[in-house]
Design a protein around this ligand. Structure first.
Ligand SMILES: [Zn+2]
Length: 169
């Protein structure tokens, strides 16, 4: 039987445990940010945005999309912050990226799948962009801003080829 990837991951983690042990154990992230981004292996915000341990809460899913699951997660995170009596004032940062795998699902064959994922009807799903990350980002930032009141929402676009991140919203 070939070695499991988890064996490699455990070996790597053992090299980091001492550093992690010394970090703050507050439930409040140091940067007071929630980052929503794609699950893509090239888009880890620890690498792309330089997040260090304890810096930010990170939510990831295919495309970094504002789905019902993400909204439910934000509600739960808000409840945890209230229980912990955290100071609040977080900024939500949504980061989409070029060459996203979701862009491969823009054809009619995946319309139902994408609409179900994004929580829209099939007909409306045609209007929810997955091809262009600029359009998906503008769509999701607008949707989120309409729901979160005074919480600042920022939209970033990561270009996987240049390695650069730009503020789009
Ligand atoms: Zn992606």
């Amino acid at each position: 039987m070939s070695a499991l990837v988890s064996d490699e991951l455990l070996a790597r983690s053992s090299q980091r445990s001492e550093r992690l042990r010394l970090l703050s154990h507050s439930t409040e992230p140091a940067l007071k940010a929630v980052v929503l981004t794609c699950a893509d292996h090239r888009v880890d915000p620890a690498h792309v945005l330089g997040l260090e341990p304890n810096d930010a809460v990170v939510l990831r899913n295919p495309g970094g999309r504002v789905t019902g699951d993400v909204l439910r997660s934000l509600v739960v995170l808000s409840a945890v912050a209230a229980v912990e009596q955290l100071s609040g004032g977080v900024e939500i940062v949504v980061m989409h990226h070029t060459d996203c795998g979701m862009s491969r699902l823009g054809g009619p064959g995946h319309l139902g799948l994408v609409a179900d994922y994004l929580g829209t009807t099939v007909e409306a799903g045609a209007d929810v962009p997955v091809i262009d990350p600029r359009m998906s980002l503008r769509h999701d930032v607008a949707a989120l801003r309409a729901l979160v009141g005074a919480t600042p929402v920022t939209g970033l676009l990561f270009d996987v080829e240049s390695g650069r991140v730009h503020r789009l919203e």
